[in-house]
Design a protein around this ligand. Structure first.
Ligand code: PEP
Ligand code: MN
Length: 342
């Protein structure tokens, strides 16, 4: 349920309303815009009589929210959420800010990461990605450099100033993520609810990738798990889903981007690398994602894709990434930037 208040609600009445709602065991999410204040109620509202609340002087309207996701719902929070990272918050995603996240699938060596980091930064990337803990289909494949991989990413951050994005696979690893800027939850862990709950108590942006066979609502409910714990900094990522089509690694569900933007205030980015698995498709799909209104892209870039330990066939060279970044900027110039709310 949401309660939309009239402009500049009288303070005593406002406080009384909030106290009463809290006494009903409801959690209140306050969203203050320029003109409207919205109280979003989380919990069992079945006992609440909307007419009673509607009769209050300070109340403009009361609406029931049918969707199961509340904190992530745009009705709770009409304005776009903007995620900021970097020393001075200079890397932003959401609310008209387009974030480019680039880097190798996995951290392989210091030289590799430093070279890629410098190059993608020069091309306009605002974030460096790199997997230290890798969710591989085979236990015999390279599993990532783990703690050493995170140290390498931190070194690249120190040198380039780029905030880093890397995946956590289990909460036992969390201590290593202390200086990581954005924690990624991979597709295979999207419904690891215990981990999502724990990440809800952390004050860091979480990049939540859509599960291989998850619906939009399941993705939003996973975001809700994180937000219910108090962490509202969630970025959603469409990375392709499993369909009958085998010509591409996954099927990029681009139509989810504008739909998600309508349903939620959270930023939505697209990963055309894992979605297609084919290097040549990254450029057209990156442009299409920008045209569809995505708030950013996550793209795999490798200095020597032929010898990459992971996902070489979908990785771009730094020069190819530069072309993609320039093309995406052109697309962004012709499609109007997403409005900061609706
Ligand atoms: C990744 O981004 O490194 C990754 C493993 O992606 P996904 O979880 O989408 O497969
Ligand atoms: Mn990869």
């Amino acid at each position: 349920m949401i309660i939309i208040l009239k402009e500049q609600p009288e303070k005593t009445q406002f406080d009384n309303l909030v106290t009463w709602l809290k006494s009903m065991n409801l959690k209140i999410h306050l969203s203050e815009g320029e003109k409207t204040t919205i109280l979003g109620l989380v919990g069992d509202t079945s006992e609440i009589d909307p007419d009673l609340i509607n009769a209050l002087d300070i109340v403009e309207a009361v609406r029931r929210i049918s969707e199961p996701y509340k904190n992530a719902n745009r009705k709770f929070h009409p304005l776009d959420t903007v995620i900021e990272a970097g020393e001075h918050g200079e890397s932003k995603i959401g609310g008209g800010n387009f974030g480019l996240i680039a880097g190798p699938c996995s951290v392989e060596s210091e030289e590799q990461v430093l070279e890629i980091a410098e190059k993608v930064k020069a091309s306009g990337a605002g974030f460096l990605r790199g997997g230290a803990f890798k969710p591989r289909t085979s236990p015999y494949s390279f599993q990532g450099m783990r703690g050493t991989g995170i140290e390498i990413l931190l070194k690249a951050k120190q040198i380039t100033g780029l905030p880093i994005v890397t995946e956590i696979m289990d909460m036992s690893q969390i201590e290593l993520f202390e200086d990581v800027d954005v924690i990624q939850v991979g597709a295979r862990n999207m419904q690891n609810f215990e981990m999502l709950k724990e990440l809800g108590h952390i004050d860091k942006p979480i990049l939540l990738k859509r599960g291989l066979s998850s619906t939009m609502e399941e993705l939003l409910m996973s975001a809700e798990y994180i937000m219910a714990g108090g962490n509202e900094k969630v970025i959603l990522c469409e990375r392709g889903i499993r369909t009958f089509e085998t010509a591409t690694r996954n099927t990029l569900d681009l139509s989810i981007v504008p739909l998600l933007k309508e349903k939620t205030h959270l930023p939505v980015i697209v990963d055309p690398s894992h979605a297609t698995g084919i290097r040549e498709l990254v450029l057209p799909m990156a442009m299409a994602a920008a045209a569809a209104g995505a708030d950013g892209l996550m793209i795999e870039v490798h200095n020597d894709p032929e010898h990459a330990l992971c996902d070489g066939p979908q990785s771009l060279t730094p020069a190819q990434f530069d072309t993609v970044a320039a093309a995406v900027r052109k697309i962004r110039d012709v499609v109007s930037a997403p409005e900061g709310g609706r």
